[in-house]
Design a protein around this ligand. Structure first.
Ligand code: 5GP
Length: 123
């Protein structure tokens, strides 16, 4: 899948759209989700052009991959989630309803999050 430079996170990275930024390192930026699904809901995105986890895990350098994962942990500590815990996930592709085609990790926390997923009925 070709990277679409007009996607919303690309525009945030270029400074064309505002975001509520909480963390940045050389390889990643983190900001609050505009439509939070938990008391704390933060998105962590790489600074390069990667469509999804599939693309990122295939194409990104070890430094970029480490930078992104380091950012997830740093952000969680910074906003006080590491003591009680949190969840992180990355919707990838159509079956996961990925809406924004720039790789992003969601961090959810600030409350008991319940079970991992509702069981999916397969027929
Ligand atoms: P996805 O479904 O692709 O995993 O998640 C996309 C996320 O991006 C959603 O949780 C949505 O609320 C969030 N989002 C969409 N547009 C914006 C925006 O302009 N700013 C911010 N901060 N979050 C956004």
């Amino acid at each position: 899948m070709t990277y679409d430079r007009s996607n919303i996170f690309a525009r945030i990275l270029r400074g064309e759209l505002p975001c509520n930024r909480v963390y940045e390192n050389d390889h990643a930026v983190a900001f609050h989700d505009i439509n939070p699904l938990a008391p704390i809901h933060i998105l962590v995105i790489p600074k390069g052009e990667y469509v999804s986890m599939d693309d990122f895990s295939r194409e990104a350098s070890p430094e970029k991959i480490a930078g992104l994962f380091r950012a997830v942990g740093e952000v969680a500590r910074q906003v006080g989630l590491s003591a009680d815990g949190y969840r992180f996930l990355a919707n990838t592709g159509a079956h996961a309803n990925q809406e924004v085609p720039h790789f992003h990790v969601h961090i959810f926390g600030g409350a008991q999050l319940g079970g991992m997923l509702k069981k999916i009925q397969t027929g």
